[in-house]
Every structure is written in C-alpha cells, then in structure tokens.
Design a protein around this ligand. Structure first.
Ligand code: HEM
Length: 512
C-alpha cells in the first residue's frame, strides 16, 4: 500500500511538473512541445534510427518542435522553409556547435573544424580548409590521385573476376577508394594494394573510423547535462581508447611528412623544389604554417584537421556510392540509361574527370540517391548563441538545432512521389529548381565545405563502375534498403553484387 501511494504521488508529481512547464512555455510563445519527464526530458521518445523517431514526433506536433534532451533544449526542424529561416536570417545565431562527447574527444576538446564554435579560430580553420584543400583549383590539382585510385579499384576488380570471384562486397572497396583519394590530397600517399604493409596501416585506421561512426551522434546519455552518470555502456571510455589509436596514426603521418619535407628543404636542387611545389599536399601547407606560428599550428591542431577531413569525407562519400549502387540494382532500367549515356559520351576508353560535365543523367542519379538516403539524415547539430525567432516562435539561447534532412527530402508537400527513386525529376531546367530543395550538405556558414570534392569523387568512381562492368543482384530478391543507426547513415546489410567486365571495356581493363 505504502509503495502504491509513493508511485501514485510520483506520477501526479510528474504530470504536474510537465503541465506547469508546458503552461510556462505557452506564455513564452515557444514552439509546440510534447509532454516531457523530469530529468529525461523527451529522451524516452527517441529510438534508433534517430531521424525516423524524430520524423514520428514532427508528424504529430508539426514541422517545428521544442524538445528537451535531459535539460538541454533542442529545436527540431522538419520543413525546408523553416530550415531556411535557421540558415539565412538566423544563420549567425545558430553558427555554434553544441558541446557533445563526440566533439570533446574526436573534435579535440571542441577545437577541430567540425566541432569548434563560431569565432576567429573557426573562421581561420575554415579558410585554410577552403583554400588549401577543398577549393576548385586544389581539387583539380589532385585529379591524378583520384584517377589513379579508381584505376587501382578497376584493376583489382578485373583480376578478381578473372580469378572466378564474381561476387563483390562493395562497401569496404568503396571506403578504401575514397579514403585513398582523400589521403592522397592530405599526405601525398597512394595506398596501392601492392604494398601490404601500408594497406595494413590504412585498414587499421578504417576500423577505427567505423567504430567512431558508431559512437558519433547525439544519442549518448553523457551528452546531456544531468545524465552523464548514466553512461552505462562506457561510451566515453571507448571514445578515449579510439582517439588514442587514431592519434597515433595521425602523428605517424605528420612525422613522416615532416621528415620528407626536411629532406626536400635541405636539397638545393631546383628540380626537387619544383617537384615539391607541384606535389604540395595539405600536410605540407600545415607544416609550413607551423614553422611560422608554432604556438597556434601545433601537432594537435594538425591532427584535428586531418581527423575532421577523413571522418567527414570518407564514409559520407563511400556510403553514397553504396546506396546508389543498391538503388541501381533495384532499378535496372535506370542502370541501362546511365550505361547508354556513358557509352555515348565516353565510348570505349576509361572515364576521365573532364567527361563528367557531359553526363547529366549520372548527376541526376547521384542527386536522387542523396535525396532518398542522405548520409547525414540530420544536419550536424548547431547551437544558438542568443534568443531568436524561428517560424514566428521564440527559441531560447543555448538551444541545440536539429534539422531533419531525411524528413525534408521525403516531404510530400515538396516532392511528387517522394519515396520513389526517379532520377528524371532532376533533369532539365525544372530539375535545377528541384535540386535547390535539397539540403544534403547543410546550408549557410557551417554548410559542408567538401561538397565539390565529394561529388567529384562519387561521380568519377560510380560512373567508372557502371561503365566498366555488368552488374546484377545476387539472387532474385530486391536489395534490402533498411537503414542502420549511425552517422553517416549506413545500409543495415552491406551490399553484395555480381559483376563481370563489359565486353566493350575488356581490353582497357586487361591493360591496367
Ligand atoms: C556525400 C558526401 C558528404 C555529405 C553528404 C556531407 C554533408 C555534410 C553536412 C550535412 C555537414 C554539416 C553542415 C552543417 O552543420 O550545417 C558537413 C560538414 C562538414 N563536411 Fe561534409 N559531407 C560530405 C563530404 C565531405 C567531404 C568529402 C569533406 C572533406 C574532405 C567534408 C568536410 C566537411 C567538414 C570539414 C564539415 C564541417 C564544417 C564546419 O563545421 O564548419 N564533407 N558535411
């Protein structure tokens, strides 16, 4: 009886608490908010994958909802126009990042580009990244690296098919290729398959990267003020361990490049200088800056920069390729159209980056993939630095902003047949307008600086795969498109497919 009374009193207390908070919020003209529990707030409503359970909440409460994760206020946005409100007129207010465990550990105590808040330090990092690695001219300068890595993938696949291995698991191959492309730009390394020792080093790092992706996100109890003590799974401990491992790898790269640079610098040969200039990698640029300002451009800062670029760029691009191939295998008519476009404009040689502008249908396929399966189903969280008005509602200072890209990309008010795979929707002048509704790369000041590089890597690799090989599903069943939790968003079941060289490309492939 005593227990029954206590439980009843607790329930009444919880209800009164929640109702009084709601009444308070109504007076302040805050956005709508479901009933919440003390301490937990709305965390009990969240399930994995997070974007789907947030979509369920916004379907019930509307496109703008104020939530509480623990005691942290969270603004959930699920419409294109409200997202625009946040990233245009309120862009500066929402340019900070919240302090989450991922940023503490993998963002080097919130100092790395992706996790540091808005201010002079962020502006400087962003400028360096934009100018020295992600600008159109730098991307162009490293086109040979991308072509080399695609060739190496084609060669391996061709040899495997000749050895009678017709089934391929695509995710790991795609990650390897994209990782190699980015590493080529950062550290001047080509992870060719011939060198097993180097490949082993890279594999060790992919493993770490995969585990980091599993831990990244916003669903960790330790992320919420007042709930840190509930870190039952020891997530933070795992983060510390993974960081130590990846740091060793980054420091190894820095030391190696520093040794090479010293060797070049001490040489008086003009040829070597010219060669070094031509091959000036991102690490070389950072090491030169370190010589001028060693207190600011520390090894830790450089590790943070490499880590951000590799973790932001590798899986997002590789998973886009995996989703695209899965969609194509489920839609052979689209695959045939893409092949016909490649045959018409490229013929029987290997696809080159200079061909990409002549392949509009390939770009439509990539756009439609990014619409249906955005690697970041939620834009990386932002945080407001002062009070703001969004969609006519008041939003308190220090609110974490979550924009549900996945829901916006499937909003029936924006898209015809929103869940269907129809690359044709992006064709022609009308298609250009459709493209503007997408928010795959975020928007505003904090929008993705790597979009140009990502599209270049994905279209070159995907185009070459379609052009060089015939593809088929393993068995009659359609490819299962279930999503797994994680950021970037993976398929639950890694894609496996049957492939064989196209007879028109056999000669080219056999000579690689
Ligand atoms: C298909 C591939 C990619 C997708 C879908 C993607 C998407 C995104 C999104 C949604 C954000 C958050 C934007 C925001 O907070 O408003 C972001 C941030 C970022 N991305 Fe990408 N990205 C991709 C590839 C890349 C690549 C290849 C790189 C570089 C190698 C890169 C570097 C970054 C960086 C450095 C940030 C943090 C920017 C900041 O906080 O200021 N991304 N990306």
């Amino acid at each position: 009886m005593d227990l029954f009374l206590r439980i009843s009193a607790l329930i009444v207390f919880l209800l009164l608490f929640s109702i009084s908070k709601r009444l308070f919020q109504k007076r302040k003209n805050f956005p709508p908010s479901p009933l919440f529990l003390p301490i937990l707030g709305h965390l009990h409503l969240l399930k994995k994958p997070l974007h789907r359970s947030l979509t369920t909440i916004s379907n019930r409460y509307g496109p703008i909802v104020l939530l509480r994760f623990g005691s942290r206020p969270v603004l959930l946005i699920s419409s294109r126009s409200l997202a625009e409100d946040c990233f245009t007129k309120n862009d500066l207010i929402f340019a900070n990042r919240p302090r989450l465990l991922t940023g503490k550990h993998f963002g080097y105590n919130y100092s790395a580009l992706g996790w540091t808040s808005y201010g002079p330090h962020w502006r400087n990092l962003r400028r360096i990244a934009n100018v020295e690695i992600l600008s159109t001219s730098r991307i162009q300068m490293f086109s040979a690296v991308r072509i080399q890595e695609v060739k190496s993938l084609m060669k391996d696949m061709f040899q495997d098919s000749e050895l009678g291995k017709p089934v391929m698991e695509l995710r790991s191959r795609f990650s390897e290729t994209i990782f190699n492309m980015i590493m080529g730009m950062i550290a001047g390394k080509l992870y060719s398959r011939e060198n097993e020792a180097i490949l082993e080093e890279a594999r060790r790092f992919w493993k770490i990267l995969g585990e980091v992706a599993d831990l990244t996100g916003i669903g960790t109890f330790g992320d919420y003020p007042s709930l840190g003590w509930m870190d039952f799974g020891g997530v933070e401990k795992r983060m510390v361990k993974l960081l130590r491992q990846s740091d060793e790898f980054f420091q190894f790269l820095i030391d190696e490049r520093r040794r090479m640079k010293t060797k070049f610098d001490s040489s008086s040969s003009v040829d070597v200088e010219v060669e070094l200039e031509n091959k000036k990698t991102f690490l070389d640029v950072l090491l030169s800056l370190q010589e001028k300002e060693p207190d600011y451009y520390t090894d830790l800062m450089i590790r943070g920069m490499i880590s951000t670029l590799l973790s932001a760029g590798t899986d997002s691009s590789a998973l886009t390729m995996e989703w695209a191939m899965s969609l194509l295998l489920n839609h052979p008519d689209v695959l045939e159209k893409a092949k016909a476009e490649l045959d018409m404009h490229v013929g029987t040689r290997l696809l080159d980056e200079s061909d990409l502008s002549k392949l509009p249908y390939l770009h439509c396929i990539i756009n439609e993939t990014l619409r249906l399966h955005p690697p970041g189903p939620l834009v990386l969280p932002h945080e407001s630095s002062e009070e703001s008005i969004v969609g006519g509602f008041e939003v308190p200072s220090g609110t974490m902003l979550l924009v549900n890209v996945w829901a916006i990309h499937r909003d029936p008010k924006l898209w015809v047949d929103p869940t269907d795979f129809k690359p044709e929707r992006f064709q022609g002048p009308e298609g250009l307008k459709e493209g503007l509704k997408m928010i795959t790369f975020g928007s505003g000041r904090r929008g993705c600086p790597g979009a140009g590089l990502a599209l270049r890597m994905v279209s070159l690799s995907l185009g070459t795969l379609i052009h060089c090989f015939e593809w088929e599903r393993v068995g009659e069943e359609k490819i299962d498109m279930t999503e797994a939790p994680g950021l970037p968003m993976p398929k639950l079941h890694p894609l496996k497919a049957l492939y064989k060289p196209r007879h028109t490309m056999f000669n080219v492939l056999s000579q690689l």
